[in-house]
Design a protein around this ligand. Structure first.
Ligand code: TMP
Length: 216
């Protein structure tokens, strides 16, 4: 029996997902709700090593199928080692990216066979699906501006061109439009506090947390 909740965060780079995930975890813990925080690719010792390969900008020869399979391998390990045990304990699992990132970055954006990406990911996850997903949406030029400001060198995925990243944004918006029951689209150009409040309020309602108990 899986008693917990799988909540995922998706969107282009620079949208502030990891900051929001941390703030939400602090909020949930303050409400005495056990939660587990994870990120993809990675989140396990094996996944973290796969992440290094995936993001290494010198590995330009990586084929599209290798890329799909490596993201899926990291995910398969994360599901069995961390996500399923946490869901069985009844945790709220906050996961920074999940299958939808592969559908968009490996399927929709490079115009690869989406059914193939879906099939591989069904094997990787055993069909596990998020209960709720927050899309932190951001225009491509704003995403680039934020990444430049951070001053780190572009990783292998970030090095793909402007057209690719336009399709990444479009792909996420399409997924959200196709599944409005699960997806909540949040404007990530808003201030960090407003984005947090939007997600916190929605998550509280979704999980049935009594607002009157909120002590902020
Ligand atoms: P991050 O910047 O959110 O840590 O994600 C790392 C990069 O990996 C980011 O450029 C998006 C990319 N990515 C994929 O291309 N496919 C995937 O399935 C996942 C999880 C991430």
């Amino acid at each position: 029996m899986l008693n917990g909740w799988l909540i995922t965060f998706e969107g282009p780079e620079g949208g502030g997902k990891s900051t929001q995930v941390q703030r939400l975890a602090a909020y949930l813990r303050s409400m005495n709700l056990p939660c587990t925080l994870l990120r993809e690719p990675g989140g396990t010792p094996i996944g973290d090593r796969i992440r290094q390969i995936l993001l290494d900008p010198t590995l330009r020869e990586m084929t599209q199928r290798t890329e799909i399979l490596l993201y899926a391998a990291s995910r398969a390990q994360l599901v069995e080692e961390r996500i399923l045990p946490a869901l069985k304990r009844g945790d709220v699992v906050l996961c920074d990216r999940f299958v939808d990132s592969s559908l968009v970055y490996q399927g929709y954006a490079p115009e690869w066979d989406l059914d193939e990406v879906k099939a591989i990911n069904r094997i990787a996850t055993g069909g596990l699906r998020p209960h709720r997903t927050y899309l932190l949406d951001l225009p491509v030029d704003e995403s680039e501006r934020r990444l430049k400001k951070r001053g780190k060198l572009a990783d292998r995925i970030e090095q793909k061109g402007q057209g690719y990243h336009e399709r990444v944004r479009e792909g996420f918006l399409r997924l959200a439009a196709a599944d409005p029951q699960r997806y909540v689209v949040v404007d990530a150009t808003d201030s960090e506090d407003r984005v947090f409040e939007r997600i916190r309020a929605d998550l509280a309602a979704f999980l049935g947390i009594e607002e009157k108990e909120v002590d902020r």
